[in-house]
Structures are given as structure tokens and as C-alpha cells.
Ligand binder design. Structure first.
Ligand code: THU
Length: 149
């Protein structure tokens, strides 16, 4: 747990700032809840995403999956080293760290298995504390993966 962005290592501050920028472009007219995600690849490249909603509600997609599918589509041999997330409502200030939803955890777990390396995740609200998880396995124990198929 970090008290504020200024306590983060400078490269992660930069990544979190990219997530904040990406959040501004979220398309969330239904929930009025905007989420921004920024991934840092092992090459140093940064790939971003934000939530994209739809009038047929389940057709929308979370920021985390938009970001990681974007990265997977454009950098198929990638390794994702870090992920920064920021989320908050447009109708109230969100100061508590917002963790990724269960479906996003499952998708992130797939990429950790695929790349055989952990993704370090930092998540926050709009302001306030930041939580760090060293691997998606900390957020999703007993993952279901392809070894069961
Ligand atoms: N949302 C995300 O983008 N990521 C999450 O992990 C949780 C929820 C989005 C989906 C929807 O557009 C809005 O937030 C409200 O659920």
C-alpha cells in the first residue's frame, strides 16, 4: 500500500499518469464510472485502455481487458511487466483503491501463464492510496488455466 502517487517509483508514477490520461477517454455514458489502464511491456513500451460501454450492457468491456487485448493484438510476443489502474465515478469522488473485477482477473491470469512471468499491478481510485499486487495470483488464487483442459 502506498499513501499517494508521489510515493511510487518514478517509472510507475509515469505509468499511473498514463492510466489517468486513458481514463479521460473512457466511454461510460451508462455507468458514469470511468476506468483507465496502462500496461508497461518488458520493452518499456506503454499500452493503454479504458472501459467501453454499450447500450446492450453486457457488450461493453472493462478497461483492463481493452488494454491487455490491445497489447496482445499489437504485440503478440509481448511480456507485460506492470499494470496501473485508476477508476472512479463521475458522480462522486472515488478515493478508495478500485481492484480489477473477477472477469479481468481471469483474463490477466491467462496472460501471466502465457508469458510465464508475473504482472505487477498497481490500482487506485481517482486520488488517494495505491495498492500493489505482485502477481494476479495474489488477487485470484486457485486460478483456472489451460492445464485443466
Ligand atoms: N469496469 C472496468 O473497466 N474495470 C473493472 O475492473 C470493473 C468495472 C467498468 C465496466 C463498466 O463500464 C463500469 O466500469 C461499471 O461497472
Amino acid at each position: 500500500m502506498f499513501e499517494s502517487i508521489s510515493e511510487l517509483p518514478s517509472s510507475i508514477q509515469n505509468l499511473m499518469n498514463k492510466a489517468h490520461e486513458a481514463r479521460k477517454n473512457a466511454y461510460a455514458p451508462y455507468s458514469r464510472f470511468k476506468v483507465g489502464a496502462a500496461l508497461q511491456l518488458s520493452t518499456g513500451e506503454i499500452v493503454t485502455g479504458n472501459n467501453q460501454e454499450n447500450a446492450a450492457y453486457p457488450s461493453g468491456l472493462c478497461a483492463e481487458r481493452v488494454a491487455i487485448f490491445h497489447a496482445g493484438a499489437t504485440h503478440p510476443e509481448m511480456t507485460v511487466s506492470f499494470m496501473a489502474l485508476t477508476a472512479g465515478s463521475l458522480t462522486k469522488e472515488t478515493k478508495t483503491p478500485i481492484p480489477p473485477c473477477g472477469a479481468c482477473r481471469q483474463v490477466l491470469a491467462e496472460y501471466e501463464v502465457k508469458q510465464n512471468a508475473s504482472i505487477v499491478i498497481y490500482f487506485m481510485g481517482e486520488t488517494g492510496k495505491i495498492v500493489k499486487a505482485n502477481s494476479i495470483k495474489e488477487l485470484l488464487p486457485l486460478i483456472f488455466d489451460s492445464t485443466y483442459l
